[in-house]
Design a binder for this molecule. Structure first.
Ligand code: C2O
Ligand code: CU
Ligand code: CU
Length: 502
């Protein structure tokens, strides 16, 4: 893809020129450059104007993931433009300093367009962050992690297993870093680094750890810095999530090789025939994905770091970062009866939210909220079976049952438990409760020490049997916004809905 940033000051115009090469023209060699869009850097309070010229042979529209913007600037699929057309964005950057990103959002085509490289980072700074002594310049390093599949001829292939890949979500057989095949970064001995990790994969989650076994220090999430750094044995990163990781190379020696690796998670049988058994998708159709050369339950390399010659920078990570306001859930009227959204399977082979799939501008009653209110939303992936009756989303009967998920042995229940990474547009929320009572213990034990629930977030990773309560405030903009599964294949199949602020 070719991109052009005209300038990076206050009122500048960015031109993000997506050129997406379809099918067999996009090879491994072509990706040796970078198959990612630019990094757009702005300050809080900037007014940005962005011109999106669609140069791909498909309809598209760009969404600013995590940003607090109006409906017209949010990249709603109803605003798609055709090849040769232009869409102008103009908005004030209202978010805190943090790592946001952008990617296409045309309904039904998001997965493929992101897969072929149309995504980039949108990095916001602010005065408060500038007052800290965090790493800047070369020591502030983006690390966009994506998995891709290449065939024997080094051709990039999307959904090689067709419908099955769509149902389960695409899993690639190698890891790209910052849109490149070569996943090695050369950093300076004695450097102190801020690594901005984005999981830009279509559906894969990662359990990240240092190969040396050292703990991993996290000091920021989707919506900016945490109140204090957290030291974890490993770190879970679901699709669309971002984290800031601290890396101090002063105790490393020159030429030392450092690795960021994925540690095993027992998720594979959920992604293969075992899970989807029965007549529906059994046999050959479901068999293949488990042959993936990067199974969840294996260890593989994500990133290699070469420690080069010594070059010190003046940066430090304080024990306490600036305090920030969060929403106070005790003030919230619906705290004890949250607005509930069930992510699951209603019809055979159809991923739904409260039994519905995406339908243009359609909004259901339970998807309408009021401007200037604060609410708790319960995002439920089969973890809570008592709250459905509060919704008028018809046809939930099949989803109730023992053990939290559909139950009653009628088939669908056991077949269709999968993680769903859930994202809400237009706002950042605080996590006030994560319920894991109905999550498989083995699975939960494998991930639980790598989860960060603090801070401001816009994307969460829900294991089967989990539900989460999120507190959020609707302010500044009325209109239609999206919430959806960020497994992009699920999203494209319709696991996406509007909510309306009025
Ligand atoms: Cu990053 Cu609507 O998505
Ligand atoms: Cu978004
Ligand atoms: Cu999903």
């Amino acid at each position: 893809s070719s991109t052009k940033i005209l300038s990076s000051k206050n009122t500048d115009t960015y031109s993000y020129r997506g050129s997406l090469v379809k099918g067999d023209k996009q090879t491994l060699q072509q990706l040796e450059g970078s198959a990612l869009g630019p990094i757009i850097r702005v300050k809080k309070g900037d007014r940005v104007r962005i011109r999106f010229e669609n140069e791909i042979p498909d309809k598209s529209i760009i969404h600013w993931h995590g940003l607090h913007v109006s409906h017209e600037n949010d990249g709603h699929p109803e605003h798609v433009i055709e090849e040769g057309e232009t869409y102008f964005y103009e908005f004030e950057v209202m978010n805190r300093a943090g790592t946001y990103w952008f990617h296409p959002h045309p309904h039904g085509h998001t997965g493929e367009q992101v897969y072929r490289g149309l995504a980039g980072l949108f990095i916001v700074t602010d005065e408060e962050e500038k007052g800290l002594n965090l790493p800047t310049g070369d020591y502030d390093v983006p690390v966009v992690i994506q998995d891709r599949t290449f065939d024997e001829n080094n051709q990039l292939v999307y959904l090689p297993n067709g419908k099955m890949d769509q149902m389960l979500g695409f899993l690639g057989n190698r890891i790209l870093i910052n849109g490149k095949i070569d996943n090695t970064l050369s950093l300076n001995k004695d450097g102190k680094y801020r690594l901005r990790l984005l999981n830009g994969s279509n559906s894969r989650a990662y359990k990240l750890a240092w190969g040396s076994g050292e703990p991993i220090t996290v000091f920021g999430v989707d919506g900016g810095l945490l109140g204090s750094p957290k030291i974890l044995p490993y770190l879970m990163l679901g699709p669309a999530q971002r984290v800031d990781v601290w890396l101090d190379l002063s105790k490393k020696s020159q030429n030392e090789e450092l690795k960021l690796i994925h540690l095993p998670i027992p998720l594979d049988n959920m992604m293969s025939g075992g899970m989807m058994g029965g007549g529906m998708m059994g046999g050959g159709m479901m068999g293949n994905q488990s042959d993936n050369s990067l199974p969840y339950n294996s260890q593989f390399d994500i990133l290699n770091i070469n420690v080069g010659a010594s070059r010190k920078n003046d940066a430090s990570l304080p024990d306490r970062l600036p305090t920030y306001k969060t929403l106070n859930p005790t003030d919230v009227a619906n705290r004890t009866s949250p607005r509930t959204f069930n992510f699951g399977m209603e019809e055979m082979m159809e991923w739904t939210i409260n039994g519905r799939t995406y339908n243009g501008m359609e909004v259901a009653d339970e998807e309408i909220v009021k401007l200037n209110t604060t609410e708790v939303w319960r995002i439920n992936n089969g973890g809570n079976s008592t709250t459905e009756s509060q919704n008028d989303g018809g046809g939930m009967m099949g989803m109730r049952g023992n053990g939290g998920m559909m139950g009653n042995g009628s088939g669908m229940g056991n077949m269709m438990q999968m993680p769903h990474p859930v994202h809400i547009h237009q706002l950042q929320f605080n996590i006030i409760n994560r319920n894991t009572d109905n999550v498989d213990r083995n699975l939960w034990n494998a991930v639980k020490d790598g989860i960060v629930d603090e801070g401001w977030q816009d994307s969460v990773y829900l294991l089967p049997g989990m539900y989460m309560d999120l507190v959020m405030r609707f302010e500044d903009f009325k209109g239609l916004f999206l919430y959806h599964c960020h497994n992009l294949e699920h999203e494209d199949m319709g696991m996406m809905r509007n909510f309306k602020i009025e």
